[in-house]
Design a protein around this ligand. Sequence first.
Ligand code: SF4
Length: 361
Amino acid sequence: MPPLPVDLLRWYDRHRRTLPWRALPGQAADPYHVWLSEIMLQQTTVAAVIPYFHRFLDRFPTVADLARARQDDVMAAWAGLGYYARARNLHACAQAVDRAGGFPRDMAGLLALPGVGPYTAAAIAAIAFGHPVVPVDGNVERVTTRLFALTDPLPAARKAVALRAATLGDAAEARARPSDFAQALFDLGAGICTPKSPACALCPWQGACAGARLGIAASLPAKAPKAARPVRHGAHFHLADAAGNVLLRRRPERGLLGGMLELPGTAWRAEAWTMTEAFSHVPLAPRRGLSPWRSMGRVTHVFTHFTLHVDVYAARVDRFPNSIAEQGGLVCGEHELDGLALPSLMRKCLQLAGRADPGET
Ligand code: SF4
């Protein structure tokens, strides 16, 4: 017997999650809320996204507010969620939607928006506009491979899994409630068909599940072995003046953490930096009023494609020379730091540098 949407929808009507971006039963979903939450959820878990979602809505209650915000304010509100290119795309997308007078209501229009890929377009189309499409995220992928006992490993099998997932929404009951059906699949994956130990006894599709019948559900989806994550090294310098102001600079617009602020430092490379090499990148040449640099320790930060080890050094200067701004330096008050577009990596470096006063030896 194939998995019947009616069984899943009946279960969803009893067990649906209450989420801040989700419309109540019988109410229409707000496309701004759906889009914002979906972009945020690409980075992390529901629990981690909820406070960010509330903060964003407090600061930018509508897509027009977000479109008209300063990019720095958007980046600052996003800081901590990672993948900063997505924050820039989020801003660009809000501006495109604002210019067009609202979100496009069809897949082609949604796919043309900056930062909106097939999954996000399908999620908005199904949840906010009631199009009968099945958005395939990690949860839906997992449920599908288990339901049909698809054992070919991901990512090579991703397309075939997505095609199979689309068939789940073919029945009339799913086409009549596309928004609920998509969210029911998400909830099933998040709460019942979980990665390590699926609760098959509680699953509305247990009777139709080939993976459960064959006893292989927990081993699916099969995944090709991952290549080891490469390691990179860098050094960053925390320089503060007597008033506690800290020297920062802006990263180039393009590339990792593009446009975010950082402590001055070296590039990040595969080879470890010697002290001599690293110190050719200090932000101020030796001068009167500059304390000796002190090693504060190491910060390790895991990005998707590599692990970064950053050696942090700190020093104090009586006051910053006026020329520091011409060299791209930004002098920021200690109390301003919380509101700035600083990535988590830099917050870790600042925290490490703040553990001891580098002016004291
Ligand atoms: Fe997942 Fe088990 Fe339900 Fe199959 S029966 S979909 S493995 S929870």
